[in-house]
Design a protein around this ligand. Structure first.
Ligand code: SAM
Length: 223
């Protein structure tokens, strides 16, 4: 395997992210370090540094690098922050958060994806704690969190996730229908007050669970 080539492609990917407006140097540094090609199936390895989502099995995807960068920037991660990721997928987003010094908890509904992701993360030396379950209701055992990032789209803001967020913490989550969503950047001002910024034009796989889409609705594409 020609590692030099992947390194060059990774640098080019980060330059593209800069041109597209990502400014947080900590995010850019982490994305320049984490080998995205190790989080995609062998068949897609040569597309690993394209700015696109790729299939990872179980009809799921690893998110597009720009989306990962945008969401991570919005989360305002600081070293030592306790972060919950809902939707482990390939483990790539978790690796970026761990590389930035966060303490990462991640939850995935497919056991097969979680297992592969945790293996990849461990081989790379990232200490990430993961479980199989319905992340639409969060992971109360380790709450409250400084930040929560949801990498699948919900029909509305899950109350459990807001509850599991610390005051001053941020929740980044795509919300909308099954075709297109707005990215909500939610800040918990106090126990009863949220500030919400929205950015239009994202497309995620559905968040399936108690406070997400039901499996049947998502199969029928929301109709
Ligand atoms: N963060 C991932 C990465 O870096 O590869 C991308 C994940 S993919 C876009 C979204 C993931 O959310 C899928 O793996 C899907 O199975 C998972 N998912 C959907 N609903 C979920 C739920 N209620 N709880 C946990 N995971 C869920």
């Amino acid at each position: 395997m020609n590692l030099g080539r992947f390194e060059e492609e990774r640098k080019a990917m980060v330059e593209l992210l800069r041109r597209r407006g990502i400014k947080d140097e900590n995010v850019l540094r982490a994305m320049e370090k984490v080998p995205r090609h190790l989080f995609v199936p062998e068949a897609f390895i040569h597309y690993a540094y394209d700015d696109s989502a790729l299939p990872i099995g179980c009809s799921q995807t690893i998110s597009q690098p720009y989306t990962v960068a945008y969401m991570t920037e919005a989360l305002e991660v600081k070293p030592g922050d306790k972060i919950l990721e809902v939707g482990t997928g390939s483990g790539y987003q978790a690796a970026i958060l761990a590389e930035m010094g966060a303490q990462v908890f991640t939850i995935e509904r497919y056991e097969e994806l979680l297992k592969t992701a945790l293996e990849t993360l461990s081989k790379l030396g990232y200490k990430v704690i993961g479980t199989v379950g319905d992340g639409s209701i969060g992971w109360s055992e380790f709450a409250p969190y400084d930040g929560i990032i949801v990498t699948a789209a919900a029909p509305k803001l899950p109350k459990s996730l807001v509850k599991q967020l610390k005051v001053g913490g941020r929740l980044v989550i795509p919300i909308g229908d099954l075709d297109v969503q707005e990215l909500y950047i939610v800040k918990k001002i106090d126990e009863n007050k949220l500030s919400i910024k929205k950015k239009f034009g994202f497309k995620f796989v559905p968040l399936i669970g108690k406070e997400g889409w039901s499996e049947n609705t998502s199969r029928n594409n929301g109709k």
